[in-house]
Write a protein that binds this ligand. Structure first.
Ligand SMILES: [Fe+2]
Ligand SMILES: [Fe+2]
Length: 221
């Protein structure tokens, strides 16, 4: 289905116009457009990712995540973007489409561990971006009333995706060096999953919300 033509001035025509420009900063509008493009890239990338696994449970889990990405994209296209007065950007859409296809192919080459690792790391950023969008809308009460809660919900769904991927990796011997190299995971849920909050590893409690020390993985396995 062709996308509606973008407005010449994206903020016009949806109750957001002002003489001086958009009521929302342009970076936020771009972020919403980027999220729309990235959701499809993720859903396509997960097709390749799913094929890395032989197990039915893992494949279904990734398939379910991909379906949620399609749902996010549909919601952004039907609800949020029109309300912000912007349309998907064709060039950005094309670039992300290619990116999604490239990642899907790469997944087949790099295998299940690295495909899942980078998927989890990307999902971590997705949750933060929806939170940023939700926070940005607070400056506009009318939009905040309609979209703040749904965006926060989407951020939570992205974090659930992140946890799912972490769950697939948590006992893999490559996770400690990967976490040391690329800095994910670093969320509290990862710490809680590995040890109760009061637990001490090597005589020292896990730092909450800090980067999970590589030694933590090594000692808990
Ligand atoms: Fe999503
Ligand atoms: Fe996601």
């Amino acid at each position: 289905m062709p996308f509606p033509r973008p407005a010449a001035r994206p903020w016009q025509g949806f109750g957001l116009s002002s003489a001086d420009g958009p009521l929302l900063p342009l970076p936020l509008l771009r972020l919403a457009q980027q999220a729309h493009a990235a959701e499809r890239a993720a859903a396509i990338a997960y097709r390749g990712h799913r094929c890395c696994f032989r197990g039915r449970v893992q494949r279904q889990q990734i398939h379910h995540i991909a379906l949620e990405e399609w749902r996010h994209r549909a919601w952004l296209r039907r609800r949020l973007l029109p309300a912000l007065g912007v349309a998907p950007r064709p060039l950005m859409e094309a670039a992300y489409l290619l990116l999604g296809m490239a990642i899907a192919l790469t997944c087949l080459l790099i295998g299940p561990f690295w495909a899942t690792y980078f998927a989890g790391r990307l999902e971590h950023g997705n949750g933060a971006e929806y939170d940023r969008l939700a926070a940005g809308l607070l400056a506009h009460p009318q939009l905040a009333r309609r979209f703040h809660q749904p965006l926060r919900h989407m951020a939570r769904v992205e974090r659930r995706h992140e946890r799912s991927f972490f769950g697939l990796l948590r006992h893999h011997p490559l996770l400690p060096p990967a976490a040391g190299l690329f800095g994910w995971p670093r969320r509290r849920w990862a710490i809680d999953t590995l040890a109760p909050p009061s637990a001490a590893v090597g005589g020292q409690a896990f730092p909450q919300w800090g980067l999970l020390p590589v030694s933590a993985y090594l000692q808990r396995r």
